[in-house]
Design a protein around this ligand. Structure first.
Ligand code: FAD
Length: 348
């Protein structure tokens, strides 16, 4: 979210070496350096815009939405063909970040969408692929079982496989983008919160928790789950629902593990859509998350999508409720079920 007039950013107005406390004028303030803000700050600084990035914690921290080792990137977007141009732009942006950072931040694995032939994961992926002419394969249950033995596919299920998919490494990407932003001239304030934003249309002002006042031409607010606290009206008429999401790292039980390699995946089940990654630790564990639950399935509020105050601090999951425990998704072969999983929580 950007506040301020919509003129294009000025170039060459950078003034390195001055602290924010001394200099309270800038072109753009970016509030929140998670996945979105870190990259916004980097691209602004790279384009010569005088910018200040403000982060209340340390970039790459574990309190927001952008942590937990891995994120899926797909191209044949099951949520709708309209997203495909955005995903293609995202791929280009990731490549640029990797190149500038000289680091591997995206691991290409391919993606496998699984479910009944009429399930949203399957029909949505096929529709997006066909609409944009994306390479993909539709696999029968027998072909899935043969090619991807890590999945316990049920009779009649199908798989949609695409190569243009993989795993983004969120913490490393944030740190890289913040480092590059600073190297390009952005001033980065970490461990400092934006306490208030006065959205003046000509010259918005940001008040930091240490008393610093910054006047800017515009303010980009990428505060994630904290947005409703910072800008209650910007969160929209219905507000934003901030939720706690629990992820599980399941111990694999076979050696060699069938999860050591393979595509990221999503699977439509009867009461939820869940997703997972190939093992990122050489086959020891495999990470699973729940994408969306069907209302009234007994899972809601059971650590999957519980409303939470993002300032409440980390609260490690202990054990799921009995309802939640029964719902840790079946469908993979060669892993141990809860409690031999290592759950962690994110907010979103
Ligand atoms: C469990 C889970 C799984 C997901 N899986 C996927 C996936 O597989 N693929 C995918 O594409 N997307 C996925 N997403 C979505 C994706 O992770 C998010 O869209 C993305 O991380 C959001 O980043 P963000 O920068 O908006 O938020 P955040 O990472 O939360 O960043 C917000 C930042 O703002 C800072 N901040 C807030 N308020 C202030 C303030 N007042 N002053 C200073 N700093 C402040 C916070 O400390 C934080 O660092 C997933 C999300 C979750 C929660």
């Amino acid at each position: 979210m950007a506040l301020g007039p919509s003129r294009t950013a000025g170039r060459g107005r950078r003034s390195r070496g001055k602290s924010v406390a001394e200099r309270t004028e800038t072109d753009t303030v970016v509030v929140g350096l998670g996945a979105m803000g870190a990259q916004a700050l980097w691209r602004l600084a790279r384009d010569g815009v005088d910018a200040v990035g403000v982060e209340q914690f340390t970039p790459g921290h574990d309190r927001g939405s952008s942590h937990g080792e891995s994120r899926i990137i797909r191209t044949a977007y099951m949520e709708g063909a309209a997203y495909v141009p955005l995903v293609r732009a995202a791929w280009r942006a990731w490549s640029e970040l990797e190149e500038d950072a000289a680091a591997r931040l995206v691991v290409r694995t391919g993606a496998l969408m699984l479910g009944a032939p009429d399930s949203p994961a399957v029909t949505g992926s096929i529709a997006a692929a066909r609409h944009h002419g994306l390479a993909h394969e539709v696999l029968s249950d027998a072909r899935v079982a043969e090619r991807f033995p890590q999945h316990a596919v049920r009779p009649g299920e199908v798989g949609v496989f695409e190569e243009e998919a993989g795993v983004v490494l969120p913490e490393a990407a944030i740190r890289a983008a913040v480092r590059l932003a600073a190297a390009a001239g952005a001033r980065v304030r970490t461990g400092t919160a934006a306490a208030r934003i006065d959205p003046d249309p000509d010259r918005p002002r940001v008040l930091l928790s240490d008393g610093t006042r910054i006047r800017a031409r515009r303010v980009v607010v990428t505060a994630g789950a904290w947005l409703p606290k910072l800008l209650p009206r910007a969160a929209g008429p219905g507000g934003l629902a901030v939720q706690r999401r629990v992820l599980g790292w399941f111990r694999t039980t076979r050696n060699p593990s069938p999860h050591a390699n393979g595509p990221v995946f999503a699977r439509d089940g009867a009461d939820c859509t869940w997703y997972g990654f190939p093992s990122m630790d050489g086959g020891r564990t495999v990470k699973i998350g729940v994408h969306a639950e069907v209302a009234g399935n007994g899972v809601e509020g059971a650590q999957w999508g519980e409303p939470v105050d993002p300032d409440a601090g980390p609260r490690p999951p202990t054990t799921p409720t009995p309802a939640g425990s029964a719902r840790w998704p079946p469908g993979c072969a060669g892993w141990a079920s809860f409690p031999s999983a290592w759950p962690r929580a994110c907010t979103r």
